[in-house]
Ligand binder design. Sequence first.
Ligand SMILES: [Zn+2]
Length: 158
Amino acid sequence: MINVSSSVHHLVPRSRLPQNLIQKLNPINTAIKNDHIHSPWHQVFANLTPFEAIIFYITIIAPNQFSYAEIIVNWEGIFSEGFLLSESNFYNFQKCKKKKFSKIAYYLSKDLVPIKIVETIVREWAPANYFYFIELVDSCDNRFNYYSPELRLAENSV
Ligand SMILES: [Zn+2]
């Protein structure tokens, strides 16, 4: 039973998928989310993909919190690659979005550590195996590395 305060979330928004893949990917692209976090998520990230949500977080919501970021998505024919050194802000800081973000930040990482917020987006707000490779270093030198099972297999066979 779906709780009345929960709803189905599409991890990669349907509006961002090719029409012919929406149905096929539905079983691996949906998750039940409590509304107290689901609706704030969309107020902040609208219909961004998980990849774009992380780029948005790193560059706009938490500018200068990261010293290195490399993110590769390779999922169901969708490929995105982002690489940045965040010594400068890429966009004008959007104060309003940041204020809204504080409503969901607590649910993403109770201790509000930026790198853990990204980790939660990877683990809970993206389809399994959506990300191919991630390397993040924050301004305190904390690291988060993620390798897809596919990539881990390839590395082990070298
Ligand atoms: Zn949703």
